[in-house]
Design a protein around this ligand. Sequence first.
Ligand code: GUN
Length: 172
Amino acid sequence: MDIAQLNSLSYEDFVDVLGNVVERCPLVAAAVWSGRPFASVSELEGRIHQFLDSLPESGKDGVLRCHPDLAGRELRSGTLTAESQAEQRQAGMAALAADELSRLARLNAQYKRRFGFPFVVCARLHDAAAVMRLLAARLGAERAAERERALGEVKRICGLRLIKSHLLPVCP
Ligand code: GUN
C-alpha cells in the first residue's frame, strides 16, 4: 500500500491497517489519522513519534504497559498479537532453556516492580543473550531516563512493523 492509498482510507480502515504498529495501542493510529494527507510514510512515522512524545508521563507509561512481557505467559499460551509473536520468536524467546526462562521471568518482574511498566526492547534487533544483558543493565537506570529509552524502543519496533507491512521502504 502506498501513501496515496493510506491517505484515502476511512478512519476505520486506517486503524485496521495501522492499529498495531504500536503494540495494542490503536489509539495511536486513531490520533494521527486527522493529520492526513501525509506526504510520505516517513512523515506518518514522524507524526506517530510526535504523538508519542507529546503524551504526559502517565500516557507514555500506559503505552509501555500495553506491551506483553518478553517470553511471558502470553507467548506460551499463544495469545500474543501476530507482530509480537513473530518478534519474540525471532529473538529466540520461544526457545529458551528452563533456567533462562526463569531468570528472564525474575528480571522482568524486578524491572516491572522498579519502573511500573514492562521491559520493552526492539526484539527483532536483539538475540536472547542481548535481551538478558540489556534487561539486567537497564534495571539500574533512573526512572525518567528509562521511560524515554523504552519509548525509543517502541519507535524502533513501530518502524520495523511499518517496513514489515510494506508501508515503509527498507533503508539501504
Ligand atoms: N519488543 C518487540 N516486541 C515486543 C513486545 O511485544 N513486548 C516487549 N516487551 N518487547 C517487545
